[in-house]
Design a protein around this ligand. Structure first.
Ligand code: AFD
Ligand code: MN
Ligand code: MN
Length: 409
């Protein structure tokens, strides 16, 4: 028996001993959709500049093509998240975007409004003290719902970039009131079958206050808005040392976890490749989600990447990110929860942690490989599949200008 078959056999036996059905794990793997961010396939950079890649996506059409190529090697991510700032069409009509995506086997997922790129946003957008800016932002929100509708999207991903830089600059309570008023315009504009996810961030681009600075503010606003508003958790949007999986457990228990922007960080909103710096955190986040699902809680969550590939090739960075997310998810599925429940009831601290860490340390690649073969992918390794497919060379020869310099995700 070849090595992979042997490893698959041993792993399946181990899972059965843990009261886990390998077939259900593979099905869960196949069902995990991570939306591919349109803004991460093009050139992106930092405020210190951008290292441009030959053939980088320049337009929404290029981005759909790149995401379709990513889907070719992954097989489980036929959805592109869109950002209205960068995915513009010449005529402002978006049904063609939906049709083009469909022709490539893709759908448009979450649509993200723009509250940060524009001279008018100096003092904020919906929290700005300038009434005309707030009214312009309100109109933008209503148009974003139109764009989402035309793209066939059901989710608006709202990051409010507003804040202040100095004590005394503005009334913090009035900003909170403006925030709710503006978000309510967006919420009331949503179609029946749409919902919104509200992203929080402690700092940047403003550094004294951010108007939606943490999960508590996001949840407060979502609670005031209603059932169609939930919290979006961007992994890079937490101060050092914050226990993100605990936040996830709270939002799940409250039925208010709407989605993720996955990435990884060393210091702040670094937007690095998911799972490369803190793979255990990713696993423990999924542990909370799988626990909640097994307890019958709502885990209808939108998973997205939000990364900025500055030195690595963007398309490979996205593929690699999804592979890391998939692995963390599968590992969270192979925790022996029967044994864990018993060790917890016995307050056996060491054994409880060992059971969880045994899952984290389980090599699940043989089962993932089997699932990828069942998806009829050409290769069990998506990066190798991508490199063998020659896409990078193709787009470098066809896209002769090196793309619009878009800000990172
Ligand atoms: C930046 C922001 C935020 C937002 C993303 C896309 O920090 O994460 O979701 O841009 O607009 O990363
Ligand atoms: Mn984000
Ligand atoms: Mn961010």
């Amino acid at each position: 028996m070849d090595n992979l078959k042997e490893r698959q056999k041993i792993l399946k036996e181990e899972l059965l001993e843990r009261n886990i059905d390998p077939e259900s794990v593979k099905q869960a793997f196949k069902d995990l959709v991570v939306e591919l961010p349109s803004w991460a396939v093009g050139n992106s950079g930092t405020r210190y500049g951008t290292f441009r890649d030959k053939g980088a996506a320049r337009t929404v059409w290029d981005k759909i093509d790149d995401c379709a190529e990513i889907q070719r090697v992954l097989g489980t991510c036929p959805v592109m998240a869109s950002h209205v700032l960068w995915d513009v069409t010449d005529d402002g009509q978006y049904i063609p975007v939906r049709e083009y995506a469909k022709s490539k086997g893709m759908k448009i997922g979450t649509v993200h409004p723009n509250t940060f790129a524009g001279q008018e946003f100096r003092y904020g957008s919906l929290c700005s003290p300038i009434k005309e800016v707030r009214e312009q932002t309100n109109r933008h929100f209503v148009d974003c719902v139109r764009i989402a509708r035309e793209m066939g999207s059901k989710v608006i991903g709202m990051w409010v970039a507003d804040g202040t830089n100095y004590p005394g600059q503005d009334s913090l309570r009035e900003r909170k009131q403006r925030l709710f008023e503006g978000l309510k315009v967006l919420y009331d504009a949503l179609d029946e079958d749409m919902h919104m996810v509200l992203e929080y961030k402690p700092f940047e681009p403003f550094f004294y206050t951010s108007d939606v600075q943490d999960w508590g503010m996001s949840k407060l606003m979502c609670d005031k808005l209603g059932d169609k508003a939930k919290v979006l958790v961007d992994l890079g949007h937490h101060l050092a040392g914050v226990n993100i999986e605990q936040i996830i457990s709270i939002l799940l228990d409250e039925g208010k976890l709407g989605g993720f922007h996955f990435n990884n960080r060393r210091y702040a909103d670094d937007d690095l490749i998911s799972g490369t710096v803190k793979p255990l955190e990713l696993f423990l986040i999924f542990k909370e989600i799988v626990d909640a699902a097994k307890d019958g809680l709502n885990t209808d969550i939108t998973y997205m990447l939000d990364q900025s590939h500055n030195i690595e090739p963007s398309i490979e960075g996205i593929i690699y990110s999804v592979m890391n997310i998939q692995r963390a998810y599968v590992k969270s599925l192979v925790i022996d929860r029967v044994a864990l429940k018993e060790s917890q009831l016995n307050n056996d601290t060491i054994l409880s942690n060992r059971i969880v860490m045994d899952a984290f340390n389980t090599d699940v690649e043989p089962l993932i490989a089997e699932a990828r073969l069942e998806l009829n992918l050409d290769d069990t390794d998506p990066i190798r599949n991508y490199r063998n497919g020659g896409w990078a060379k193709k787009i470098a020869s066809e896209r002769l200008d090196d793309g619009i310099n878009t800000l990172g995700g």
